[in-house]
Structures are given as structure tokens and as C-alpha cells.
Design a protein around this ligand. Structure first.
Ligand code: GTP
Ligand code: SPV
Ligand code: MN
Length: 605
């Protein structure tokens, strides 16, 4: 299957929506002069343009048409097998000084990096079409909304950006004619899709991104991790708001009382699933709605944090998605969806590990090879993805377009931990909550290249996405808390604790409603749910959780809520080791939190 495709030639009326803003025109001129494309395609986001690009992508074998009866208007793309996930080792934050990028980012000097990238881009689009994608991040009438332009030589990127962002004319209108207006400059070229020439570089001070050598989502949909998180977090600190790797959901009780919750879990640790949760039967009358599944931009309004979802679609993990685990996602991806790196069945349907029903006897796997039930390889790549419009989600929150955002009652930090971290607990206060976020750890997943299943510290699930010094980021979180008169309560969750048999102790997915209910009850003014004071925070006892109708034994519940002092001694030592590894940038307030935690353990020993 082709990833790099030759130029396409649109008929009149397609691909010619040039923006009026001279700064954009000059920039496109400059990049075109450097990359030498065959022609330039100015995207407007229209239906007609989309149809044309899909038809061309099918002709060029960039997309494969799926069974239009089973998955209408949906297509499959296979990426290069060497290019299936984010590449943290090739991701750079190019601030003027290394200190600004901080201890957790790869840094390279901006001047040298521009020179190196220009060298790579020189003539890089010869024989190809250069697409210009105008887009906005955020609801059209939000003060937080940002304009971006992405230049790319990949039709797959254009088709994805049309789903993931509000793309086209809407951005041209918002930008207007002012040559000094603020907008993000993103340049992407596939080059020859070689890991040796793969770099994802951010220039926060220029509000610019250059990504070369990859065609994979998180590396090339520059709106997402690059703009909304890395550049976003940098701007957020300067401008006094928060750009976070968080889902946003609404939860409404049968009495009609509604709370919004934002939750940060690392990549492939359950954000999309939690955001689309369907409450189990026992919770009749409860409703969960999705505002966003990956990114939250939050600002202070009337002393409260309010969140918007800057995106317009979901770029979700496919494997494990089923009618049992996530019916809302399954319904969303039944139509108008781009699939990347899943298996293709003999009747042109899609298949993946964990899908409902029996696996097919034969399929074409994500690499394009024959696959049978006897194959040792997985049919779908573990990081195969769907790209689907958020409007496909039947549980979409009615306030998703609200410019001021939704008020956040609770912030949740969650990791994938086989041990140590209990199912749920609550921080004593904001600063303690920031400490929970700053010290969270999770087992690595297939969403990034490298080892899978290794425990690593991933503060606020932002380790790969914080676009500046992590120490300043912690301080920014502490400072925001001081400005809030009605701060969200902060919680920690872990759906992934395992028993001695190596199996998950908690059923997860829809049953996470039981934990969510405890969380929002703890946020009520009269604290409708009780908890025990433990050294790590407020912990529910088994009878504080609504477990009726759930098939789980007492022993598992006890294990899920257990704080093993030995494990926690190791954990506290690991916090220290992590903070030490950051080389003196951690705010004093967080160092004190660690001491307080250690003292609380000593006092109860
Ligand atoms: P990114 O898109 O990479 O940011 O991932 P995400 O955080 O949105 O994760 P997602 O919801 O896609 O889930 C990732 C994997 O975790 C999938 O294979 C899910 O099936 C699995 N998963 C999600 N929620 C749960 C849960 O509550 N319990 C268990 N055991 N697995 C879960
Ligand atoms: C993640 O890895 O956190 C994702 C997928 O959401 S990607 O957009 O590829 O980064
Ligand atoms: Mn993510």
C-alpha cells in the first residue's frame, strides 16, 4: 500500500481556496520554494473536496474501500510497518535554551534545527502535491480557540485533519486579513518515511512545528499532540490557562444534577473508553456524555476551571473495542470512519483483536499479508486506530460547542499499574492533588515506539507532551490552584490492578461508573459519599462504593482498595528518585508533599 503518492490534479473549483492573509501566502510561498512540489492544493474543508480526495486516494492506493454496506463511507489505510506509533526519541522541543525545554524533553537548538530540517525538506515534495490545511482548535466562539495551518504532502493527513479539526473556510474567516494575527505554522512532509530522517520538532517561541519522515497520526496530525498539547501547554503557561492530555465527560444523575469531570490517563490507558462510558443496568437513569476524549483546554472563569475540547473527532485505539467494552465507540465507527492498520476480512469488512464475535478464518493483516487463525502475528496492529467525527458519538454532550467550556467538578489522574495504586482515592487538597499528578506512573503501551509494559513516571500523563520545563509546569499547576475559589477535587484511579493470577481485579469499562459515582458524590457540598483517611488520601471502604449488581468477590474488592505499606515505601522512594532525576526544578511545595506523605505512613505504622 502506498503512503507516498504522486501529485493529484483537481478540476476547477477544488483546491483553489487561497486565504486572503498575506502572512499565510508568504509562508506557503516560502515552503513551496523549499520543497518544490508539483502543485499546491488549498483546502476548504467542503464535502466536494473530501469526495475528490477520497476518490484520488482510492485510485492511488492510499486508501482501500471497505464494504460500503457494512461500514458506509469508511476506508482503510495501512501505514509503513516502520511507522505505526509516536516516536518520543525523535520528538524535540526547540526553545532558545535547553533549560526552557527542561529535563524531560529532547532539546535541540532552534537555529541549527531549522537549518537541518530545511536541508531535509529541500526538494522533498518534488512530484507531489503540497496541501494547505487551514483549521481551528476549539469551538468557533471560544476565547481559547486557536488557528493553525498545516502544510502536508499526505492526502491521508488531509482526510484525517478534516475529521479531527474544524477545517477549512471557518479558519480563514477566523484568521482574517491581519498579517500580525496569531496562528500556528505546521509543516509536514513524508519525505521517504525513513526512521533515519524522522523528526517531530516544536518551536514554541515561533508557534511553529516541523514534522518529517512519518505518516503516523500523533506525529503528523499537527493539530493534536504538537499544537494542542506541546505548543498549547507552552502558550497556556504564558497566558494563564491549562492545556492537558485529558478527556472531558458529563455525568448526570436521575434527578438531573450534572457534573463535569476531566481525566488524564497516559496514551492507551482508557481515556476514550471512560469518556464514552455507558452506566451498567444498576445505574438506571444515570447518563454519561462525552465532551472530549483526549485533550482539554481549561481556563478560570468565576473562580472555577472550565474546559473545552479543542478537537472535532476521535483518533482512538481500535483493538479491544467491542459492543461489550464500548458500544458508543462501536456505533461511532460503523460509518464515516478512517481505519488505520486494522485487518481486512474477505468481505472487505474490518477486524481486530477483541472485536465482538468469532475471528474470521482468513483475513489480510495490517501489513497486507495473509492471516489465518493459526497465525502467530496479530491481525491488527496493537496501536491501530480509528478516526471518526465526534458527531458520530450518540453520547456527545450538548454543550460541546459552548465557547466558555463546561465547569469541572473533579480532575482524575490515572495510570496503568498492576500493583501499588488502589482503584480510587482522593487528594486532601489542591497541592496534594498536584503531587498525585506529578508522581503518577504507568506501564508503557503500544501508542509510542519502544518497550511495552515498563513502569515509568508520566506526570499528569504529559511526559511526552509538555512543551516546556516540567518543573515550571508543576509550578503553573500550583499557581492555578491558588487562583481558584472553587477548585475541582482531585482523584487518582487505577483500572488495571492485577491479582496474584495476573488477571485484572476490576471489570473496568462501564463498571467504572461505580467509581465515577463515588467521585462526584465526594464533590457534592454535603459530601454524599464517605471515605477513610489514609496516608495517601481519602480512600473509600468497600461499602462506600456502590457495588450492587456487580459480580466481584470481597477479596478482590479488598485487594483493589488495599494500601500495601511495603509497596508504598518503594513508591515513595521512586517519587524521590524521579524528583531527583529532574535536577532541582521541582517546586518546594511538591518536595514538602513527599515528606508529608512519608510522615503520614510513619505515623500510622
Ligand atoms: P490514546 O488515544 O492513546 O490517548 O488512548 P486512550 O487513553 O484514549 O485509551 P483507550 O480508551 O483507547 O484504551 C486503551 C486500551 O485500554 C484499549 O485496549 C482498551 O480496551 C483498554 N481499556 C480502556 N478502559 C479500560 C478499563 O476500564 N479496563 C481495562 N481492563 N482496560 C481498559
Ligand atoms: C496518544 O498517543 O496519546 C494518542 C494517539 O492520543 S496519538 O494522536 O497518535 O498521539
Ligand atoms: Mn492521547
Amino acid at each position: 500500500m502506498k503512503n507516498v503518492a504522486p501529485a493529484i490534479f483537481p478540476p476547477n473549483g477544488i483546491g483553489d481556496t487561497k486565504p486572503a492573509n498575506q502572512a499565510v501566502l508568504d509562508w506557503v510561498d516560502e515552503i513551496a520554494g523549499l520543497t518544490q512540489p508539483e502543485n499546491i492544493f488549498w483546502c476548504d474543508g467542503s464535502e466536494r473536496e473530501n469526495e475528490f480526495l477520497i476518490a484520488e486516494s482510492l485510485k492511488q492506493n492510499v486508501l482501500i474501500e471497505l464494504n460500503q454496506k457494512k461500514v458506509p463511507r469508511s476506508y482503510l489505510h495501512r501505514s509503513d510497518p516502520n511507522d505505526v506509533a509516536r516516536v518520543e526519541q525523535f520528538t524535540f522541543v526547540c526553545t532558545a535554551t535547553k533549560e526552557e525545554a527542561g529535563p524531560t524533553n529532547n532539546w535541540s537548538e532552534p537555529g541549527e534545527t531549522y537549518t537541518k530540517l530545511r536541508g531535509l525538506l529541500k526538494g522533498g515534495m518534488r512530484g507531489r502535491t503540497l496541501f494547505v490545511i487551514p483549521y481551528i482548535m476549539g469551538p468557533p466562539d471560544s476565547p481559547l480557540t486557536k488557528v493553525g495551518f498545516e502544510i502536508t504532502d499526505s492526502q491521508y493527513v488531509v482526510l484525517n485533519m478534516r475529521i479531527m479539526t474544524r477545517m477549512g473556510e471557518i479558519a480563514l474567516k477566523r484568521l482574517g486579513n491581519d498579517p500580525n494575527a496569531e496562528w500556528n505554522r505546521g509543516v509536514h512532509s513524508l519525505l521517504d518515511i525513513s526512521p533515519e530522517r524522522r523528526f517531530i520538532c516544536h518551536f514554541p517561541q515561533d508557534n511553529a512545528i516541523i514534522s518529517v519522515g512519518s505518516g503516523y497520526g500523533g506525529n503528523v496530525l499537527l493539530s493534536k499532540k504538537c499544537l494542542a498539547l506541546r505548543i498549547g501547554s507552552y502558550l497556556a503557561r504564558k497566558q494563564g490557562w491549562l492545556a492537558e492530555h485529558m478527556l472531558i465527560l458529563g455525568v448526570e444523575s436521575p434527578e438531573g444534577k450534572k457534573h463535569y469531570v476531566a481525566a488524564a490517563f497516559p496514551s492507551a490507558c482508557g481515556k476514550t473508553n471512560f469518556a464514552m462510558l455507558i452506566p451498567p443496568e444498576h445505574f438506571k437513569g444515570w447518563k454519561v456524555t462525552t465532551v472530549g476524549d483526549d485533550i482539554a483546554w481549561m481556563q478560570i472563569r468565576n473562580g472555577r476551571l472550565h474546559a473545552i475540547n479543542p478537537e472535532n473527532g476521535y483518533f482512538g485505539v481500535v483493538p479491544g473495542t467491542s459492543y461489550k467494552s464500548n458500544p458508543n465507540a462501536m456505533r461511532s465507527i460503523e460509518h464515516d470512519t478512517l481505519y488505520t492498520n486494522v485487518a481486512l476480512t474477505d468481505d472487505d469488512d474490518v477486524w481486530w483483536e477483541g472485536k465482538d464475535g468469532d475471528p474470521p478464518a482468513h483475513a489480510i493483516d495490517w501489513r497486507g499479508n495473509d492471516w489465518t487463525l493459526n497465525s502467530k502475528e496479530k491481525a491488527a496492529h496493537p496501536n491501530s486506530r480509528f478516526t471518526t467525527p465526534m458527531r458520530n458519538n450518540l453520547a456527545l454532550d450538548p454543550d460541546v460547542e459552548k465557547g466558555e467550556g463546561v465547569p469541572i467538578s473533579a480532575i482524575i489522574f490515572g495510570g496503568r499499574r498492576s500493583d501499588t495504586a488502589p482503584l480510587v482515592y482522593q487528594a486532601f487538597d489542591w497541592a496534594h492533588g498536584v503531587y498525585l499528578g506529578a508522581t503518577m506512573a504507568s506501564e508503557t503501551t503500544a501508542a509510542a515506539t519502544g518497550a511495552v509494559g515498563k513502569v515509568r513516571r508520566d506526570p499528569m500523563a504529559m511526559l511526552p507532551f509538555c512543551g516546556y520545563n516540567i518543573g515550571y509546569y508543576f509550578q503553573h499547576w500550583l499557581d492555578i490552584g491558588k487562583k481558584l475559589t472553587n477548585p475541582p477535587q482531585i482523584f487518582s484511579v487505577n483500572w488495571f490492578r492485577k491479582g496474584p493470577d495476573g488477571k485484572f481485579l476490576w471489570p473496568g469499562f462501564g463498571e467504572n461508573m461505580r467509581v465515577l459515582k463515588w467521585i462526584i458524590d465526594r464533590c457534592e457540598e454535603n459530601q454524599k459519599a464517605s471515605a477513610l483517611e489514609s496516608p495517601i488520601g481519602w480512600l473509600p471502604s468497600p461499602h462506600d462504593l456502590e457495588l450492587a449488581g456487580l459480580d466481584i468477590d470481597h477479596k478482590s474488592v479488598a485487594e483493589l482498595l488495599c494500601i500495601d505499606h511495603e509497596e508504598w515505601q518503594k513508591e515513595i522512594a521512586a517519587h524521590k528518585e524521579f524528583f531527583d532525576s529532574l535536577g532541582g526544578v521541582v517546586p518546594k511545595e511538591l518536595l514538602q508533599q513527599r515528606e508529608k506523605l512519608a510522615t503520614r505512613f510513619k505515623e500510622c505504622a
